[in-house]
Design a protein around this ligand. Structure first.
Ligand SMILES: NC(=O)c1ccc[n+]([C@@H]2O[C@H](COP(=O)([O-])OP(=O)(O)OC[C@H]3O[C@@H](n4cnc5c(N)ncnc54)[C@H](O)[C@@H]3O)[C@@H](O)[C@H]2O)c1
Length: 191
């Protein structure tokens, strides 16, 4: 496993390696004591990886609830954000609880913005499951939703407590989604 320290307004680790989903609970416990966790994930990723992350967090002493939204960019809007915030309130999440974003860039942007505004900010952890999210959107603290007027027009800078990049999850990516991430990596290389 590799660990990269990110130093921004807050300092946090990006852990990169195989089998990290199974170790998510232990890794998260190092940055926040056992509490209630809301996993935020989409309708595709929930069937692939939610159970593994839920089990690992539960074994580490966290209690877990899950918010699922329809996969895709069309969900990255103020309506899904509103549903998420209502869900967090219904689950009586407090400022000492945690949001875990499990998914691609859409999930990370939506969950991160939710974490930034719910109770004026609660901790969150990124578990990116697309290559693009792993190399780009999960790090740096940019969160947002789209408005009808345009993309990413409402958002906040809000840093995660931890980023867990499990390389195994890339195996289930559709070719075109993986290619998106490769294109982003090439862009950075050229820049
Ligand atoms: N915050 C930032 O700094 C930043 C940077 C770049 C992009 N973004 C945002 O990221 C979004 C695009 O991210 P994306 O390409 O990850 O899109 P996405 O989150 O919609 O994921 C693409 C598709 O892949 C599926 N998927 C995710 N992980 C999977 C896996 N392991 N196996 C199988 N299917 C999987 C998802 O369900 C979805 O259908 C855009 O909204 C963009 O604005 C944000």
């Amino acid at each position: 496993m590799r660990s990269v320290t990110v130093k921004t307004s807050a300092t946090y680790e990006v852990l990169i390696g195989s089998g990290l989903l199974q170790k998510a609970g232990e890794a998260v416990k190092k940055v926040i004591s056992p509490c209630k966790v809301a996993i935020v994930t989409d309708s595709t990723v929930v069937h692939l990886y939610e159970e593994t992350v839920r089990q690992s967090l539960t074994e580490a002493g966290f209690s877990v609830c899950t918010f699922v939204f329809p996969a895709g960019e069309a969900s990255k809007n103020i309506h899904t954000l509103s549903h998420l915030l209502e869900f967090l309130a219904k689950e009586e999440m407090t400022r000492t609880d945690l949001i875990v974003a499990l998914g691609g860039g859409v999930t990370g942007d939506l969950a991160g913005f939710g974490a930034a505004v719910y109770l004026r900010g609660i901790p969150f952890v990124q578990i990116p499951t697309t290559f693009l999210a792993a190399i780009d959107s999960s790090v740096g603290g940019k969160t947002a939703v789209d408005l009808e007027a345009g993309k990413n027009l409402a958002g906040a800078f809000y840093q995660p407590k931890l980023v867990l990049c499990d390389t195994d999850v890339l195996q289930t990516l559709p070719e075109v989604v993986f290619a998106d991430g490769i294109a982003e990596a090439l862009k950075y290389g050229v820049l």
